[in-house]
Design a protein around this ligand. Sequence first.
Ligand SMILES: [Zn+2]
Length: 208
Amino acid sequence: MNPTLHADSAVSQSIIPAGEPWLTEVKAGQTLRILDLEGNQAIDTLFYSATNPRERYDVQRTLRRQGNVYLGAGSVLYSNLGRPMLTITEDTCGRHDTLGGACAQESNTVRYALDTRHMHSCRDNYLRACCHDGRLGKRDISPNINFFMNVPVTPEGGLTFEDGISEAGKYVQLRAEMDVIVLISNCPQLNNPCNGYNPTPAGLLIWD
Ligand SMILES: [Zn+2]
């Protein structure tokens, strides 16, 4: 494992406000750290090749190749063209979901109640960030990673949204294997325990 990097030497440090989207780029060889600043915060994330944004993170290929349904240290994130995009080099949380998907107006009304229709959602966040950036659109929103989110697979093969196993200061660190666009929704969900019913800010640091 690489020695832990210090914030002082980071080339970029950002705070993503609670419930908000974020879009940035990480170059091949750079390291990205995503921080759960206050604990129990799902950080819904998608990755795209910066040179060809039609190349994107591929959940099925990634899980099939690693033979494990959760992501953690050592996981290689593969693209839909079969190329490694990023590698998880450090992980102080221990488990990250990539099966539960991102919350949306549609899933909120099906899972909870019709009057949740107008609540803020990750899908809306993604679309807002995409509109602003211009390289990505609605068709690019594909199955994502939920960093710090606890979605255990039951013995029967079902999914459950459980209270988080993360806590304040836990982080996941990734090395980019290609130039990538990072699209994040700092999940605003209030209807299940993925954010402890209290969405909080997230930290983002990048090192050369
Ligand atoms: Zn969400």
